[in-house]
Ligand binder design. Sequence first.
Ligand code: GLA
Length: 403
Amino acid sequence: MTLLRLVVLFGVAVVMALDNGLARTPPMGWSSWNTFRCDINEALILETAEKMISEGMRDAGYVYVNIDDCWSLHQRNASGYLVEDPAKFPHGIRYLADYLHKRGMKLGLYNAAGAWTCQGYPGSYHYEKQDAELFASYDVDFWKQDWCAVELGQDPRVSYPVLRDAVNATGHPMVLSICEYGLKEVWTWGPTTGNMWRTTNDISDSWDRWTYILEAQAAITGFSGPGGWNDMDMLVVGMGGQPDGHYQAHFSLWALLNSPLIAGNDVRKMTAATREILLNGEVIAVNQDPLGIQGTRIWQSFLKEQEVWARPLTGGMYAAVLLNRDEAKPRDVTLKLADLPPVPGTPAGQVTAAMVRDLWAHADLGTFQGQYTAKVPARSAVMITLRPACTRMCVRAPCECDS
Ligand code: GLA
């Protein structure tokens, strides 16, 4: 998808484009914010990167190491440039970029579109050009631009394109991560402006919070795709506030819905269960599927406690998550094969039988006619892929048709 926007200016059509060729699949990495807040420094970044390598995270696709808020001094220098805090980053930010690049990883850095960042460090407002030049000189690969301390009336539909154009002007490609919490229906203009855009306020390490973010996706799943993604916010997997079953459900849904997978835990102290969740290659493969079609909710129970989300994958396959929100009881959740969402432009309701694979049990479950039902524990999810065994057109032989 080429991301172009035509604007007519004095009768002349001007092409405004993001089209930076980046983030063709959802970016994966780690960010300092969820666990470390402002308590960040060079040692933390280096130790985290090394641990991501030794734990296999880098090779599983988590290549961005993102420094969030609080990395600069509180004042710009006399020429208007941000200055990295020498107490936190004694060798500077460029040193970290060089280090990460040698290790096959990438560096992300943060700022905000207003006068100040959310933690009170200097923001980019009126300094977009200097900041883009500085980030380019640091060899930054990923720029998260927040939305704090904005002027009354400041419009994200104006501010983020200013930043995009400043970045483009440097000739230094950077993933542009828009973080304005879903204001002004960012998903409608995000694709021409950035590579990902937050859709809600911040996540926190609780079931209620991440299911609220999930709920917000239901109406906007059509806007996400290669080069530009609905960002459901950084992961809270392994932060310690929820049982592993909740984290497994959270990770399953972030993967199915094509959210960038940016871990937020202390990867230096991962439990075996956290490792198994973040490093489940079958779930990651769904997230990284090259078709990049976001999962949609295809069924919800009357009381809205059970639901099924699904999406098509390349190769005629499908993936689905069967979610049970019930706090106390396991529940049967049924996916009807006729409800599987097809690749856009192809007929719906074609699959009549499918071979099902459980991505958390890593097990083939056999062929199911018409529907598949799983008993899903309280506040948990089952994630599966489906390979059609028979369709109404009966194109895939041998067919085990139900009619
Ligand atoms: C906002 C963002 C968070 C984080 C903090 C940093 O709240 O949404 O993701 O970057 O700012 O201050």
